[in-house]
Design a protein around this ligand. Sequence first.
Ligand code: ADP
Ligand code: ZN
Ligand code: ZN
Length: 741
Amino acid sequence: MQDFSHIGDRYCRRVIAKVEPLTRARALRGPFDYRLPESMAGVRVGSIVVVPFGRRRSVGVVVGLAEQSEVAAERLVEPISVMETDVPPDLIELGLRVAQEYVSTPARGLALVLPPGTGTGATSRTRSRRRLAATLTAAGQDAAADGAGLGPRQVAALQALREGPLAVAGLMEATGASHSTLRTLEGRGLVELAKAEERRRPEVRRVGAPSPAGRALTPAQNAALAEVLARLDAPEGSERRVLLHGVTGSGKTEVYLHAVAAVLERGLTAIVLVPEIGLTPQTASRFADRFGDTVAILHSGLSDGERYDEWLRLRRGQATVCVGPRSAVFAPLSDLGLIVIDEEHDPSYKQDGDPRYDARRVAELRAEASGAVLLAGSATPRPESWHRLDRISIPERVDGRPMPPVEILGMAPVESALHPTTRDALEQVRDQGGKAIVLLNRRGWSNFISCRGCARVWECPNCDVALVLHRAAGRVSCHHCGHSERVPERCPDCGSVSVARHGAGTERLEGELSQILDPLPVLRLDSDSGAGRGAGARILERFDALEAGVLVGTQMVAKGHDFPDVTLGVVIDADSTLRFPDFRAEERTFALVAQLAGRTGRGGSGGRVLVQALDAAAPCLAHASAHDAPGFLADELGRREALAYPPYADLVRVVCASPDGGPERRAIDSIVAAVRAGAPTGLTVSGPAALFRLKGRERAQALFRSRDRAEMVRQVRVAVEAAAADSGNRGVVFSVDVDPQ
Ligand code: ADP
Ligand code: ZN
Ligand code: ZN
């Protein structure tokens, strides 16, 4: 390329924008060049534009600028328009990096960092809301005070405006003033009417007691905070990642709050990642209480407009702290000083759809790029974090409250769900007051139903799995694809009207407990009862407000809730997760039991935890009952090392799916062959193997494993792109999962 630097700035304006269009196609190779007219001189990396693309229009992101294009000048076209806001350039880089690391497309990576509601179509875009607003003038201030020569409605309107400008619609409603009243006031120079941006303000749910500001930290909290601040103020190039291992109830949130305050004092900004705001409303509201409007809280309950406005407040620096679930890792903050990952063990940090990114890893990438501190916290850290990160620990609960004793109750494989000891303990709660949380990680009434006449099992027509009975709804449903049908009255095969129900889920347990414990209220929290905006938070609020009661549910009840009056925790069928062939089964089971125990005995009245299991001798249960995370992690890391599982090797899973069996198998075979051919030494492959049919598609998968992550990802990317481009694989859906869960 020619060097124009000697000509001076005026003549070498960067006139070519390199634009990545937000299309869904995997095969497309961007970015594409567009010529910038004089009127778009302000366009820079991160600008969002609407461009002509083929015969259509597309929203696109500017990922680079250049002085010249390889494309012939007469073939270059101009963007149609530029959107009102843009994305910081470092986030553009992050979006593209995520696309690379998770074997996705640039468009999908970039979509993660764009303002919410930026549709791919050229029309479906969210914008700021502008409304007519009234502001009091200086003359209006005086008139509001004496009211001379004004009617009562006029005075009311002026007085309402003394606190600051108001939207005209709201002002009219509040004071009864009409449009013409306001126009008259405007004509007399008492108010000004003009369109102004109006913020759509999300509601923050408050659950439980706030965390009062200014309370003294415990010595252990102080020591932890000091470690975090040392990393914040360390010279450039220092290690800034740290794991806060604090037992449940050790006051980790207070450490995060102080660390964020220190970051703000230094003129920097912070991101706080939480698992799911609907289920952990307490943490979010503690931040809102402490920092007010400085905090933008993003969650799935927001409208598109609210989400867009919160995003804009962050982008403009009006909000300097962002609290939210995994997607908040892409918050448009500049001068980032800290990323907190609360409950870092929580599986919800992993995204389910393409790109299947892990917010914990993205947080590390972003913290590293911006020189920010990464603070991951948990009572049950992941083996990966334990192995790789510096550690700070808080080994005791705030105020030295003891950890609750945990008893493991061996169960015989029979139908009855409750051990006599559990039953006694629950009855004691009913008779003496208090609250209990009961965890059973299976929703619905029973796992599957079968015909007593011919043993037919009711299965999903789209997936090779049994349908689960939901009795209240009168339906049997597939938990994989959402298929649901009425509970059968007779068997279509043999005509028998006798149906057997097997196993028990939360719905059945709720019913049984309500009967046994009557009149004690029993609430249920799972993805059936907690579906819909704010439904989960409402159930938690109701439980919090109860004098005494029981909360039954799936893993949702074991999130970081802080209810001081829970005296009994129960886990039913604790080792059910161990019976699945998954290398994370131990980790999951340990975390679930330890976290449930952590909800118990947080107040002055002590607590007790009962764990029912078929295999009462399972080592991870023994560690959980001793509240011994370090012991569990040492064992688990030994096992992982011996088997070459993460963190000692990385995994990539590729799944091919097709509606009629055959093509998916050929596609996966070709991918495995290609990766094998180009493979670095030390890469191993499990499979290809068939998976159960899902959503009407036959599936086959292969699992790659290597210590050389970057090379493995590169090989898989090349192989998958080649297979996707092969016309012989038309109709095959490819999905790549780096670090599968
Ligand atoms: P964790 O997240 O570590 O499980 P939390 O942050 O929920 O623990 O804190 C547990 C409880 O202790 C909360 O009710 C919190 O308000 C309280 N707490 C935290 N720090 C202090 C402190 N320094 N003094 C008194 N109470 C505290
Ligand atoms: Zn039958
Ligand atoms: Zn299904």
